[in-house]
Design a protein around this ligand. Structure first.
Ligand SMILES: Cc1cc2nc3c(=O)[nH]c(=O)nc-3n(C[C@H](O)[C@H](O)[C@H](O)COP(=O)(O)OP(=O)(O)OC[C@H]3O[C@@H](n4cnc5c(N)ncnc54)[C@H](O)[C@@H]3O)c2cc1C
Length: 347
């Protein structure tokens, strides 16, 4: 394990912005992770754990401490009664992991095809798309607990999964380093075709789609929205959806409807209502293709802020602030960013 210095971080992210890591190390084994954490603690370096860099805005100043890039690899599987358990090491490419499960004809994560990043990144914000979330199939998450320096196995119920959140990005933020994630999938199971885009894609078919066809459909739909990373496609030089869909109480929703009767909404548990952040952003004047210098909104997705080339993190933050302000003024809704801001003092 070799600690490097002044390593540019922008190329390690999908947004391609941000400064360098003061110190940088790549961990290929659990032992490497443990050693890197001990080193950072001994030297008093702030630690940042980097996966695939697909949900990050890194500040122009970069990271003042140690960036620990998770590069643990390996996938294994075993039978568990009617289920098949798949263990994915945290540094495995997520889409490769999905492809593996689909090739083994196991259902449960097919709708999550094409999401960039690592296996270890998925529990952090409880990744979800097209009608599935990883929390539905995660059995347990093996972590290194930086408080004790020891590995631990967190069960699904102890991981605090909710919409785009978990213990990893809320109350225990920074404490656990994900080493491995175990998923329970269903051999020979049917794909989940519940999301409107997917239903439309398969409309008129005489036979139900296979898992492999569902995976390809999801990737095709994602491509049409620049939600699939394609080198050279500047509409996907982003961090995916930039704002979370606001989840409102009934009273808040009624207040919003008085100003925005046409807003798309979906009921969620506990009597709450989820509303479309993309609609709010567009109605506030930031339509697809909006450009402001080197940053803008994707031409194919209203919720994706993009780096059109040469953007700085400051450019991104400034557009973020402008969008949040206009949505707040116009609709009284505070939009919350989905990506993680790294190396910013005040965010
Ligand atoms: C084009 C595009 C489309 C996207 N589509 C979706 C989508 O449909 N649904 C969705 O939910 N997300 C989506 N995302 C966001 C992103 O891909 C996911 O959040 C992804 O899981 C992030 O994983 P990562 O490995 O890239 O994490 P990173 O971006 O490297 O890190 C994100 C956070 O997770 C932490 N982290 C990463 N790995 C570990 C680990 N091993 N242990 C502890 N903490 C860790 C980091 O410290 C950081 O706080 C999209 C992004 C892009 C660019």
């Amino acid at each position: 394990m070799q600690i490097q210095q002044h390593v540019p971080l922008a190329p390690l992210t999908t947004f391609k912005v941000g400064g360098p890591a003061r110190y940088f190390v790549e961990a290929r084994s659990e032992e490497d992770v443990r050693a890197a954490v001990a080193e950072a603690q001994t030297r008093g370096w702030p630690l940042f754990v980097l996966g695939g860099g697909s949900n990050l805005v890194i500040s122009d100043a970069g990271w003042p401490g140690l960036v620990l890039k998770i590069a643990l690899t390996g996938i294994s599987e075993r039978r568990d009664g009617p289920r098949m358990l798949f263990d994915g090491a945290a540094g495995e490419d997520w889409d490769g992991f999905v492809a593996h499960a689909v090739a083994r004809d196991c259902a449960g994560i097919e709708c999550l095809s094409g999401i960039p990043g690592t296996v270890g990144g998925t529990p952090v914000q409880n990744v979800g798309a097209y009608g599935q979330e990883v929390s539905e199939t995660i059995v347990s998450v093996r972590v290194l607990d930086t408080a004790s320096g020891e590995p631990r196995e967190l069960e699904n119920a102890g991981s605090g999964f909710a919409y785009r959140s978990s213990v990893f990005n809320t109350r225990e933020r920074g404490r656990y380093i994900v080493l491995r994630v175990t998923f329970a999938l269903v051999p020979g199971g049917a794909p989940r075709i519940e999301y409107a885009d997917l239903k439309r894609y398969f409309a008129g078919r005489s036979h139900p789609p296979t898992l492999a066809e569902t995976r390809e459909a999801v990737r095709a739909i994602r491509l049409s929205k620049a939600m699939l990373i394609v080198p050279g496609d500047d509409d996907c030089r982003s961090a995916g959806s930039f704002f979370k869909n606001p989840v409102l109480t009934c009273e808040e929703f009624e207040r919003l409807q008085a100003r925005a009767a046409a807003i798309p909404s979906f009921p969620v548990p506990d009597g709450m209502v989820k509303v479309a952040a993309a609609w709010l952003v567009e109605q506030a004047g930031f339509t697809k293709g909006f450009t402001h210098g080197p940053v803008g909104i994707s031409r194919r997705h209203a919720l994706a802020m993009v780096n059109r080339g040469g953007a700085t993190a400051a450019n991104i933050v400034s557009l973020k602030d402008e969008i949040q302000k206009r949505v707040l003024d116009q609709f009284g809704i505070e939009l919350r960013p989905e990506p993680v801001f790294v190396g910013f003092d005040q965010l």
